[in-house]
Design a protein around this ligand. Structure first.
Ligand SMILES: Cc1cc2nc3c(=O)[nH]c(=O)nc-3n(C[C@H](O)[C@H](O)[C@H](O)COP(=O)(O)OP(=O)(O)OC[C@H]3O[C@@H](n4cnc5c(N)ncnc54)[C@H](O)[C@@H]3O)c2cc1C
Length: 412
C-alpha cells in the first residue's frame, strides 16, 4: 500500500510545551503545527470495534480522507463494550508513567475541543482526590510527573481534608493529592457522538460481527461477516478490546486477561447533595475508587479487584452479593452517610489487562496490513481522541513518536 504523507497534528501544544521546557521532548517528536499535507492516495481501511480505541481511530482516518468502514458486533456505545459504561475518568495523575500522563494532558484539550465540535455535553469538571496513608513512592511519582507537565495539583493533609470534605472520613489516609483539572466523561454518550461524527464525515458504520479470513502473501485480504459476506480493504485495525484474545488466541491469548468488574451506584439520602457533582471530586485509594453522583445516578463505587475470567459475549452482567457487602463495609468507614443507602444502579464491566498495564498497539506478526490495538488495562478510555490519531497513523505506516511505539509494542 502506498503511504500518504501527513505532518503530525495530534499534539496538544500545552502538554508538549511543558515537556519541551523540561527538556523531555527529543527533536524527533516535537510537534509540527502546520496543517496536514495530503497526496492523492486514498486507502481503504476497515476498523473492527467502535469502542474508545476503534471509534476514535475510524474518525481520525476518515478525517484524513480515507475510505473507512467501522464495524461493531453490537454497535457503538453498546453495554458489553468496555467503553459502553456510563462514565469514565480523565486525569493526569499516573505515577511515574510520564508518557500516559502526557497523552492524558493532550487528551483533555482534545476532549474539550471535540465536545464543542459534537455539540453534546460530555464532560463534568469534577477534580480527583487520590488518597494514600502517607507519601508512598507512587504518590511521590505522581507529584513529580504532574510538576514536570505543569499540571496543577494540591497536596492536602488529613486535617485539611476533614475541613474541606466533611462528607468523607479520611481515617487512615494521611495525604490527599487533589488534581482539580480531572474530569468525568460521559462514556456511552461519547462513543455514540464519535460514531455519529464519523458517519457525518462520510464513514460507513456497520453493525456486524466479523473475523479475519483470507491471508495471502503475509497480508489479510478480507474479513468474513457472520452473514457469510466478505469485507475487503487495504488495511485492517482490530480494536476489539476484551474480545481480542478470542479473535487472536495465538498472539494475544496469553497477553490480555479479561476479568470482570462490578460497578455500584449508591443513592444519596433525600435532599442531601454533599456527595453529588460538583460538591465532591472523584476519589481513589488502594481498594476502591469512585465518582460523586452525576445526573442523580448515585455515588459510584468500584472495587479495584474482582472476578477472574469474564466472557464479554455471554456472561451475565449481574453484580455479586459479595461485592455489595464489601462496598457497604467500605462506605461505612469512608462515607458513613451512604452506608445504609440502597443501590440505585449497577453495571458489570470487564477489563482487558496486559501484565504491565501498557496498551498493545502493533502489527500482527503474520499479517503486515493488520494492526492490533487494545490492552486498555483500566485506563484506556480517556486517551481516545489522542490514541485514535496515533493508531490511525500506525495503520497507515506513518511516523509516530518512537518512545510511545516502543512502550506499546507487542514483543515486550
Ligand atoms: C470498571 C472499569 C472502569 C474503568 N475506568 C476508566 C477510567 O476511569 N478512565 C479510563 O481512561 N479508562 C477506564 N477504564 C478502561 C477503559 O474503559 C478501556 O480501556 C477502554 O474503554 C477500552 O476500549 P476498547 O475500544 O479497547 O474496547 P471496547 O470498548 O470493549 O470496544 C471493543 C468493541 O469491539 C467490538 N467487537 C469485538 N469483537 C468484534 C468482532 N469480532 N466483530 C465486530 N466487532 C467486535 C465490541 O462490540 C466492542 O464494541 C475502565 C475500565 C473498566 C472495566
Amino acid at each position: 500500500m502506498q503511504r500518504r504523507t501527513f505532518l503530525h497534528a495530534m499534539s496538544a501544544p500545552l502538554g508538549l510545551a511543558a515537556l519541551d521546557r523540561a527538556g523531555l521532548v527529543p527533536a524527533s517528536v516535537r510537534p509540527v503545527s502546520a496543517p496536514a499535507i495530503r497526496t492523492n492516495q486514498r486507502s481503504s481501511v476497515v476498523v473492527i470495534g467502535a469502542g474508545a480505541f476503534g471509534g476514535w481511530t475510524a474518525l481520525h482516518l476518515r478525517e484524513m480522507g480515507h475510505d473507512v468502514t467501522l464495524v461493531d458486533a453490537y454497535g457503538p456505545g453498546n453495554s458489553r463494550a468496555t467503553s459502553g459504561d456510563e462514565t469514565r475518568q480523565i486525569r493526569c495523575g499516573y505515577g511515574d508513567r510520564l508518557l500516559y500522563a502526557r497523552s492524558a494532558l493532550r487528551a483533555m484539550t482534545a476532549w474539550r475541543e471535540r465536545e464543542q465540535q459534537f455539540g453534546v455535553a460530555l464532560l463534568n469538571p469534577t477534580g480527583r482526590l487520590q488518597l494514600a496513608p502517607d507519601w508512598t513512592p507512587s504518590l511521590k511519582a505522581t507529584q513529580s510527573t504532574l510538576t514536570t507537565l505543569g499540571v496543577p495539583f494540591e497536596a492536602l493533609t488529613d486535617g485539611e481534608m476533614r475541613k474541606r470534605y466533611p462528607q468523607m472520613n479520611p481515617d487512615g489516609m494521611g495525604v490527599g493529592l487533589l488534581e482539580p483539572g480531572a474530569m468525568v466523561i460521559r462514556a456511552k454518550q461519547a462513543m455514540l457522538a464519535v460514531s455519529q461524527a464519523f458517519v457525518k464525515a462520510g464513514g460507513t458504520l456497520r453493525v456486524a460481527r466479523v473475523q479475519p479470513s483470507t491471508v495471502t502473501g503475509g497480508r489479510l485480504v478480507d474479513l468474513r461477516v457472520d452473514d457469510g459476506s466478505r469485507l475487503t480493504a487495504d488495511a485492517f485495525v482490530f480494536a476489539c478490546g476484551p474480545w481480542l484474545p478470542k479473535l487472536f488466541p495465538g498472539v494475544l491469548g496469553a497477553r490480555i486477561q479479561v476479568p470482570g468488574r462490578d460497578v455500584l451506584y449508591f443513592g444519596l439520602p433525600a435532599g442531601d447533595q454533599h456527595l453529588a457533582f460538583p460538591n465532591f471530586p472523584n476519589f481513589s485509594e488502594e481498594r476502591y475508587y469512585g465518582f460523586a453522583s452525576i445526573d442523580g445516578r448515585g455515588f459510584k463505587v468500584c472495587p479495584t479487584s474482582g472476578t477472574t475470567s469474564f466472557d464479554p459475549d455471554v456472561d451475565e452482567r449481574v453484580i455479586s452479593a459479595t461485592e455489595v457487602r464489601r462496598a457497604r463495609a467500605y462506605l461505612a468507614q469512608r462515607f458513613p452517610s451512604l452506608a445504609n443507602q440502597p443501590i440505585t444502579e449497577s453495571r458489570v464491566c470487564q477489563l482487558e489487562n496486559t501484565a504491565d498495564e501498557h496498551f498493545i498497539i502493533d502489527r500482527h506478526p503474520e499479517m503486515a496490513n493488520v494492526l492490533l490495538a487494545g490492552g486498555g488495562s483500566g485506563h484506556g478510555f480517556k486517551h481516545g481522541p489522542v490514541i485514535g490519531g496515533y493508531i490511525a497513523k500506525r495503520a497507515l505506516g506513518e511516523q509516530t513518536e518512537s518512545d510511545f511505539d516502543h512502550m506499546v509494542r507487542l514483543a515486550r
